[in-house]
Design a protein around this ligand. Sequence first.
Ligand code: GLC
Ligand code: CA
Length: 555
Amino acid sequence: MQEKWWHNSVVYQVYPRSFKDSNNDGIGDLNGIIEKLDYLKELGINVIWLSPVYESPMDDNGYDISDYEDIAKEFGTMEEMDQLIDEANARGIKIIMDLVINHSSDEHSWFMESKSSRTNSKRDWYIWRDQNEDGTPPNNLRSIFGGSCWEYDKGTEQYFFHSFSKKQPDLNWENQDLREELYRMIRWWLDKGIGGFRVDAITFIKKPEKFKPVIADGQDGLRVVKPNYPGVGKFLAELKAESFAKYNIFTVAEAPGVELDQLSEYSGDDGYFDMLIRFDHVDMDMDESGQWYAKKDWTLLDFKHALTKNQEAIKENGWTALYLENHDQPRSLNRFIPKEDINNRSAKMLATTFFFLKGMPYIYQGQEIGMTNIEYETIDSYNDISSIDQYNVALEAGLSKEEALEVVHRRSRDNSRTPMQWSEEINGGFSNKEPWLQVNENYKQINVEKALEDKNSLFYFYQMLIQIRKDSTYSELLKYGVYEEHLNDHLDVYAYSRSLNDQKLLVITNFSNKEVHLNLEKRSKKIVLGNYDDTPLLNEIVTVRPYECMVYELD
Ligand code: GLC
Ligand code: CA
């Protein structure tokens, strides 16, 4: 592979609304992030992915942008944004921005112009269609956040298309003026010295040739919009050439619908992006419909298989985002560990699982201190637009209110959006004022202050993992070493090795609360890490204790 500055980087995702409130209005902000840069530097990360901070009516917490070149007032000012970029750079940390260009807000001036008349010069910047003869919408596609993806505009008597909420109209990528304006805006941000972009929902930008009615699979006679239509590649190639390729940066794209055998087209040295965010290992618990209530059971084999397939697909010159949680997912501890077994040890095991794979590790805020899901008692306490939709979908499917709430407890995006737990103080030290979303009541036990006082804490474990990746005798191997899975059929243990030249690391993680006896036909030269005080040497056979993890350098 061509060597890149970001190949040994570790990313920390900040969800600004929930990170740190500096002016006590209950909402996290840019100054709050600046305040905590030294904390992130101590953790050791060198890239921050900032979820959207642009001007927005916040229908989807900033993923609905009304001005790409301004900052939402509740988060701060453009001067503060520039200051954040500079202060982060001064600490060796690059900021990457979230780039949401499949859709804008309906309050963006482009959309207001587009909507003002059928002949407006920006009419074609969005997707407008006539109603059917019987007055129904152009077709029966369902938006991701519920209801038809067509919204009627009385003024101009046409429908506009939205993949997500009706306050997120899709931009019409077929229009060249629009595309050029987007590229100019992207370059404007890159000129500020940021490290790149996390590109949102990008495979949705190409629409089907004709919006024909489709066979429905939902109860409401609607079928959810699909991403990655043929032809999307032309836009993606142009996007890269006109913006990203001109800078020494990286891009990580959320690209649903891309198949594994398309990875080299979409990512890696010659791809449209440097790496993709894959869903294989986090969507194991849902069936094809993608509805949260349609719960599917999964085993560790599914998880291992998903990771291994992805590792194999990027073997040659690819890269990938390594993650277990983010602002769209529940907390990984709740997802991968039974509730009664969630503790410091199992959390370290889980961290070890993904940190030695090929690619770029992403830590989501709070993951480094072991933050967990919340279970609000009523649906009214939830803020997330998709949680409320999915609650209703579950009710329509015949689930009781209790069952529907249980679905939301398990899957809600608010699980990971509760305020960051900094200390034992009121609201977890996030804010003096009642936060926009209730803090998790376990903040007295789980918080940053406590983690920093305890040398044995998960925080310091992550710090060590990051240091090993960035700056140790294993750094080269972790960047480019060949991945191989071992004990592929084992139901409780995930084991893999990475090797480069004559160096080899073996990672063993036990996902069960039982002792397991393994014969790996391998001998350790050195113990790199473990989560018990007395990690045993590996001498062909080894006993792995409940939730134990060990990393060995092999003979
Ligand atoms: C992506 C974001 C998600 C957002 C959606 C619409 O999936 O990660 O948070 O709601 O796109 O922009
Ligand atoms: Ca604030």
